[in-house]
Design a protein around this ligand. Structure first.
Ligand code: 0O2
Ligand code: 0O2
Length: 222
């Protein structure tokens, strides 16, 4: 039995806070060194107790199995500009020695039936507690801005409608997820073509500068 949720969640909050700093640090390093980062911004949250309880019922997880079976009590999100950035970020995460990756789920190229796309990484993370080291499970979701836009809106609609969308709206949501993915593909193509133009005519304004400008627009989110 979880007698005190505040105490139970202490290591998860610690992990989210630490990982936000670390992942935002990657962005800062990239901007310093390359002028462009595959990470646009990072968010994180500890799952609210009501959502934990709801997921325990939905996934048949008992309280004594919570630490082992609920992987996203500590959740981080990394938003990227381009689909290719997602895989660069995943490669970086694989090389880190402070997280131990247990599972990867590529919903970017294997979308969920709802249309949802993201790359999920489940990992172990050690937290230094007063009582010693505690290893917890955590999840990072890596996605583009377009994927995040769709998932955020769909999540709030789902909350309102409790998942019971009429069939035609369900298929419109799936189609809008595809439209968002098409937008991602189009943006990548535009970037590639701009880079080609730059190669052929070095006097053309550096395309990355435009990308950098948009990154700066989000600098308050670093
Ligand atoms: P709700 O109702 O959960 O959507 P700071 O550290 O001060 O810069 P702060 O205030 O901790 O920032 O917020 P952060 O980390 O920028 O973003 C938190 C918000 O991002 C949360 O909103 C979540 O919606 C969302 N979020 C971030 N990561 C995850 C994740 O891994 N899973 C889920 N489900 N949501 C995530 P709120 O405000 O908690 O509201
Ligand atoms: P929240 O509120 O985001 O924290 P599941 O059985 O689907 O709950 P599973 O199989 O353990 O979960 O993990 P999965 O599918 O790899 O990842 C689940 C998480 O991915 C969800 O967390 C969402 O954050 C996100 N996700 C998965 N499918 C969808 C979708 O169709 N729409 C949106 N908007 N997000 C999705 P939670 O626990 O549902 O909640």
């Amino acid at each position: 039995m979880v007698k005190n949720w505040d105490n139970f969640l202490i290591p998860y909050k610690q992990a989210v806070d630490e990982l936000k700093v670390k992942l935002r640090g990657i962005r800062a390093q990239f901007l310093k060194v390359d002028g462009r980062s595959p990470i646009e911004f990072v968010t994180g949250r500890v799952k609210p107790v009501d959502s934990i309880k709801e997921k325990m019922v939905r996934r048949h997880i008992s309280e004594d199995r919570l630490e082992e079976d609920m992987e996203d009590i500590a959740g981080l999100r990394i938003m990227c500009q381009f689909v290719e950035d997602i895989y660069q970020v995943v490669d970086l995460l694989r090389k880190r020695t402070d997280i131990n990756i247990l599972e990867e789920r590529d919903y970017v190229h294997n979308k969920k039936p709802s249309g949802y796309r993201s790359y999920h990484i489940i990992f172990e993370y050690p937290v230094q507690m007063l009582s010693g080291e505690k290893v917890i499970l955590a999840e990072i979701q890596v996605r583009t801005l377009a994927m995040n836009f769709w998932a955020t809106v769909e999540h709030s609609l789902n909350y309102k409608y409790k998942g019971a969308f009429p069939a035609d709206l369900k298929s419109r949501l799936e189609r809008s997820a595809e439209a968002a993915f098409h937008l991602d593909e189009e943006m990548s193509e535009i970037r590639d073509e701009l880079q080609e133009v730059k190669k052929q005519d070095p006097d053309t304004q550096e395309p990355d500068k435009d990308v950098r400008k948009s990154s700066d627009e989000n600098s308050h989110l670093q």
